[in-house]
Design a protein around this ligand. Structure first.
Ligand code: UDP
Length: 309
């Protein structure tokens, strides 16, 4: 199969590209490198089954023959989407429309990477797919949240009106190799801080929760969604929920450093809790995550150590 991966030089995209090439597929990665990193796919460039094109997907381009589209292009880190608010909205809206048009024209399946952020700061816990969410439509995070909500609505409109074969994945916090150490998300921050002996920066009192999924599990879920005919949306995440303070304690303990913390202000509209209900993914895709936080952190820390050298 030949797949197009938009955002394939980004964190999840690069992991997906490596996995799909290893399975014998041909891959075209398209990325404008606003937050994607060429170094994430450098080792693939020599492979004859791999192609990279530096391209903004809001511009029309010809990807050649394709059998499916993984549409992952987005600016996922809070720090980066707050600094690139218009680009974030444009890739979610115009970029998604371009990819849906392409899927329609080529008559191929499109898997779209939506997000747990569509639930905002949720009032239903854990989050099930039929929960509509609690999003501030004009808050600072809305550029990301609302562009993803719009993209989901547009994807469903193409599904209903043109019968485009789509699959919407709502991805919860993911971590692992190929994460940008500087992207200011909690995992890279805590790991790089702990590795360099600096205090870990906890925002708020650290009681807010997230559920962290190791990237190999997330990628496995996306591939299963592509191979199914489920339109979704379907939650892809690990339901093991931790407070941010517990995460800081776990990383400190794994690295054998004392838990030195610096408490900073909680960012505006920071969701208080997040945990996926994955019953749908289990029953429809036969997917369930298998990597524990401890195991995933060990692999991630090993990768960060090498990356930082
Ligand atoms: N966070 C933190 N310290 C950091 C970076 C993030 O305490 O150095 C918190 C942040 O406020 C949020 C959680 O960790 O509650 C996850 O943040 P991240 O930006 O990784 O992802 P998201 O908020 O999009 O889930």
């Amino acid at each position: 199969m030949r797949y197009l991966i938009t955002g394939g030089a980004g964190f999840i995209g690069a992991n997906l590209a490596h996995q799909l090439v290893e399975e014998g597929n041909e891959i075209l990665v398209v990325d404008n490198l606003i937050t994607g990193r060429h170094s994430n796919i450098e080792d693939l460039v020599r492979n004859s089954r791999f192609e990279f094109k530096r391209q903004d997907i809001i511009e029309i381009f010809d990807p050649g023959d394709i059998d499916g589209i993984y549409h992952l292009a987005s600016i996922g880190s809070v720090y980066h989407y707050l600094n690139n608010p218009i680009e974030t909205m444009r890739v979610g809206s115009i970029g998604t429309e371009r990819m849906l048009e392409l899927a329609r024209e080529r008559n191929c399946r499109l898997v779209f990477s939506s997000t747990s952020e569509v639930y905002g700061s949720p009032l239903v816990h854990p989050q099930v797919e039929d929960y509509w969410g609690n999003v501030n439509p004009v808050g600072i995070r809305s550029v990301y949240d609302e562009s993803k909500r719009y993209a989901e609505a547009l994807t469903m409109a193409y599904y209903r009106k043109y019968r485009v074969d789509v699959g919407i994945a709502r991805i919860f916090n993911t971590y692992g190799p190929y994460m940008d150490p500087d992207d200011r998300r909690v995992m890279p921050n805590f790991i790089t801080q702990a590795l360099s002996g600096k205090p870990l920066t906890i925002y708020g009192d650290g009681s807010q929760t997230r559920s962290f999924c190791y990237v190999d599990d997330t990628v496995g879920g996306l591939i299963k969604l592509m191979e199914s005919n489920c339109p979704g949306p379907v939650n892809i995440g690990n339901p093991d929920e931790y407070s941010i303070k517990e995460l800081a304690d776990t990383i400190s303990a794994l690295l054998g450093v004392p838990g030195k913390y610096e408490y900073e202000e909680l960012p505006e509209d920071d969701p208080l809790k997040r945990k996926p209900d994955i019953s749908l993914a289990k029953s429809v895709l036969g997917w369930t995550p298998g990597v524990s936080l401890r195991e995933g952190l060990e692999k991630t820390i090993k990768w960060f150590r090498k990356e930082l050298q």
